[in-house]
Write a protein that binds this ligand. Structure first.
Ligand code: ATP
Length: 416
């Protein structure tokens, strides 16, 4: 069913959905486009609409082969839409869920593309703030890169900030996706370009190992790990990649590589990564999901009015052996910044969860939880039964007066 967006665009069918809205396949004066139609509640927010208009120039000016170009931003009645390049392919999250971990050469090439795109954005003074596999599109229509790597394009520039703009005055909130949040954001500093580098290195680690370095468990624990823990080492990780990842995941933003440096260091490494197979990472979990633990509710507390949500993805069937990524990972959301005390209180839970060095997102499956609950229920039933039998035996042995048998309160002295 075709629908008009503004005076210049027509959309035909939905091609994807995210937390901020729906992406449609559309047509504009210059050919096919992708149109991201923001959710109605966002479109009805006057502060956001104002900001949308304000950001138009910055976002539409970013023109780079590794950035999904924004052609236009439409404000029309109740419609608020971004008109973008149409990328024929898939997003990196879908690819990871479908195919499992990537070979180092392919992962490095994809991340080098994204780093190039980031370098252009940072030079224009734009910080992405929500770099994650969902926001990397793979252009399957473009000629493949080294090792058959698909060409990558970063999308959703500035959207995290735009959508969250009305809340920016509230210094207690964090914008972003927990697994990819740089420590300085959690500590309350103004996010600069280095936060994108941290997030991109997290994505690289995830492409290679199937898990993010600090993910897993409830959000409070994830945030604490970003601030206090070192990157878990990974067996078989090529040294060059490990050095780059460690530098980019440095706690101090100034110690991280710049985007252009990251791209060139990765490209220099490509020849020695050729022929290196995907890392043999342990199978971590099935695609079943665990209900959020209570602590999650505290931090994933989302402004209901805006409805940024926790997305649950369906079970993934990896085509090559390897872990499936954490399907319960929070998507872009607005979180309450935890106090230092609260972060510390998650230390115990966090330690218990991290039994495998590279298994940041390893968690108990729902099946395990159900089994555990059943065992507990059976145990309680057996204990109650035994207690009942013991009480009955004592009562009969002692021959209590009839009154106690029918529950009338009385005083009874057993015969000794
Ligand atoms: N320019 C585009 N061309 C082709 N497909 C696109 C384009 N932009 C987005 N999509 C598709 O639409 C899906 C939803 O995109 P969207 O940006 O709304 O959400 P997301 O980034 O996956 O998640 P979130 O917004 O919650 O962080 C993507 O996964 C992708 O498959």
């Amino acid at each position: 069913m075709a629908r008009k967006i503004g005076s210049r665009y027509t959309v035909h069918q939905v091609i994807g959905r995210g937390s901020a809205g729906t992406v449609w396949l559309g047509e504009g004066p210059d050919g096919p486009v992708a149109v991201k139609l923001l959710r109605e509640d966002l479109a009805a927010d006057q502060v956001l609409v104002g900001r949308f208009v304000q950001e138009r120039t910055a976002l539409t000016c970013l023109d780079h082969p590794h950035v999904v170009g924004v052609h236009d931003m439409v404000v029309d009645g109740s419609d608020l839409a971004l008109v973008m390049d149409l990328v024929q392919g898939t997003d990196l999250r879908t690819r990871l869920e479908r195919d499992g971990v990537l070979a180092p050469l392919v992962a490095a090439s994809v991340i080098a593309d994204v780093a190039d795109g980031l370098a252009a954005a940072h030079a224009a003074g734009i910080v992405h703030r929500d770099v994650k596999p969902e926001n990397v599109l793979l252009d399957l229509a473009a000629p493949a890169g080294p090792g058959g790597a698909p060409r990558a394009k970063l999308t959703d520039f500035g959207i995290a900030r735009l959508v969250d703009a009305p809340r920016r005055t509230r210094a207690t909130r964090i914008i972003g996706t927990p697994d990819y949040l740089a420590p300085e954001i959690i500590e309350g500093l103004e996010p600069r370009a280095a936060v994108d580098i941290y997030a991109l290195a997290t994505v690289l680690y995830e492409l290679l190992t199937g898990a993010t370095p600090f993910g897993g468990g409830h959000t409070g624990a994830v945030l604490r790990r970003h601030v206090t823990e070192n990157v878990p080492p990974v067996d078989g990780m090529p040294d060059g990649l490990w050095r780059i990842i460690s530098e980019c995941l440095a706690k101090a933003p100034a110690s991280r590589l710049r985007a252009a440096e990251l791209a060139s260091r990765l490209r220099e490494l490509l020849p020695e990564l050729a022929g290196v197979g995907p890392l043999a990472v342990p199978a971590q979990r099935t695609a079943t999901e665990e209900a959020p633990t209570p602590g999650e509710a505290v931090y994933a507390e989302v402004d209901a009015g805006r409805g940024a949500h926790r997305r649950r993805r369906g079970p993934a069937v990896p085509l090559v052996p390897g872990p499936t990524p954490d399907s319960t990972r929070d998507t872009h959301t607005s979180l309450r910044r935890p106090s230092a005390q609260e972060l510390a209180s998650y230390a115990e839970e966090s330690r218990a969860q991290r039994t495998q060095p590279a298994a940041g997102t390893h968690r108990r499956t729902r099946a395990q939880l159900i089994r555990r609950r059943r065992t507990l229920a059976v145990l309680i039933a057996v204990i109650l039964l035994l207690a009942g039998a013991a009480a009955a035996w004592t009562a009969f042995a002692a021959e209590p007066p009839a009154a106690t048998a029918i529950g009338v309160h009385t005083t009874w002295h057993p015969r000794l």
